[in-house]
Ligand binder design. Sequence first.
Ligand SMILES: [Cu+2]
Length: 633
Amino acid sequence: MTTSKKTPLQQLVIFFRANNSSTIEDILSRLPEVSLVRRGSYGMEPTIRSFNGGQINVLVDGMRIHGACTDKMDPATIYIEPINLENLQVQTAAAGFMSGSSIGGTINMKMAEPDYLNNHTVTGMVTSGYQSAAKIFYESARLNYSSGRWAFRVSGTYRNNKSYRSGGGKIIPFSQFEKLNYSFSAKFQQNQYTYLKADLLADDGWNIGYPALPMDVGYAGARIASFSIHHENKLNRLYKWQAKIYANQIKHFMDDTHRPFVPMHMDMPGYSKTYGIYGEGEMKINAKQKLLLRADGSTNLLNASMTMYQAGQLPMYMLTWPDNRKNQFGLSASWLLQIDSSLKVQVTGRTDLVRYQLVSTEAKDQVSIFGYPSANRNNFLKNISTSVSKNISHKISTNASLSYSERIPTASELYGFYLFNSNDGFDYIGNPGLNIEQSLQADISALYNWGKNRIQLTYYYSKVYNFITGLTDPSVSAMTIGATGVKSFINIANASITGLEFSAVLKPAAPIDIISTLRYTRGKDNDNNPLPSIAPLKNTSSFRYQLNKAFVQLEYDAALKQNRINLKTGEDKTDGYILLNARFGYNTNLFGKMVELQSGVENVLDKKYHEHLDWGNISRPGRNIYVLVKCVF
Ligand SMILES: [Cu+2]
């Protein structure tokens, strides 16, 4: 959806990005719709309104990327560094399924493009930083060059994090990582309306520790490539469209060789390959009506295995993700009708045809152990929503929406073979006979605007039918040494999630910015038990004072205690906390180049804390002092 005015979400993203020490995860964690599941300091898994994993889409520039880890160590958000990011889009409720059938919404990270601002001149930026809590060295650079109709952009980021110290001074072992991310992009302006673009993105990580899991990662790599055509001509009926073809490959090698007291050494590699294509466009029907269209298709091949080495015995090999392929083809359309200057209606629909199949004899043989009639499946998914926006006065606008959506189970839920979940201590077995999840969602929001100030409040309610969860199966014994037992994925009748989101973007005087976000979510299943992994009420607020060349920013992050827990999954209560952060920035001109210095202290009070969605109650970083220098040329 394009609007000329910045949405409250875009304003938040712009504000949080101004802190150059932020990662994508730092930015996401401050948005009211998003919470992160943390298994280590790397690869935190985003959730939208408590929907996670297969319930949401996480896209890189419109592309689907499926992680290669059976333990969710590699969400697609790790492949984008702030330097590659153009903007971040979070779509919930009524618009959340436009780019893929989903019940929880979509996060899309739009990649930065080469620009034509300075012809025949190399322009760019170099950033270098250090952070004390994890002794992080952070180096980042980008270059841009254009000549005639061509423009090129390269960027690279290197991060080296040691194991961090938590509040109070304890070092958290196995929380280190090292990674390199690099991208290349070329753009060719064919004529004033059309351009072509090729993008390559690569990410390599080594020695990545996951303190909440029994294993680390020796190497994780991604190669992402795309080619696209973009067209925009306001005079045409189809005034804007783009088409993209893409491919990506993810490799993920888990490693337990650095851990002490490993009862049995294991090798666990995983592979994911995706090819896809999509086209999307915006069309004027008449002065009052508009149509947004999208067609997309993709194919994803997954394979993961485990080899166990036991002293004096032959190695034991099994497939943890039996080789499986998911083919998907979807069509979506959104019709916008401006009834009068204050009333707008939008109707959105999407269908997806999805086919899952096991693709090797070995995979079929292994899954047949559990005696399911067929492991292959075809599903036709349907999504529809209506939303009404009304401007009550020039200061107040409201929006209400109703939606119905569906999602297909994930490869882990269908075919996973003894996937150990260290959060509840169970091995999980997939169930190829699972039903699709179906969700009904209602959403109302009000936006109050005055001067340069904005306050938005949203309430939502979702009821999910055939909710997928794990059920203990006493007839099967665990494979992982030390596991409590085995759970199989099943559908329960229903579950509901309801919540509130609040954001305020205030500018009481020219040099002052105040940003505040708040979220609260509550979830329960059909027996009235609280759903697990629901974050408690959280509020983050920032106050920035901008002088000519300098700024001072004070922040607090606060969460209440979480008492609503799910005992069956072994959850425990989590204490509330308040953190204080202080940030300073100064920019000046040195030899005609813009140089910016940023420094700050996060968790000033060195509070020892963890959030409710953090696995293993591992404490988060304590006091962290950072400095960084950015030079723009
Ligand atoms: Cu992994």
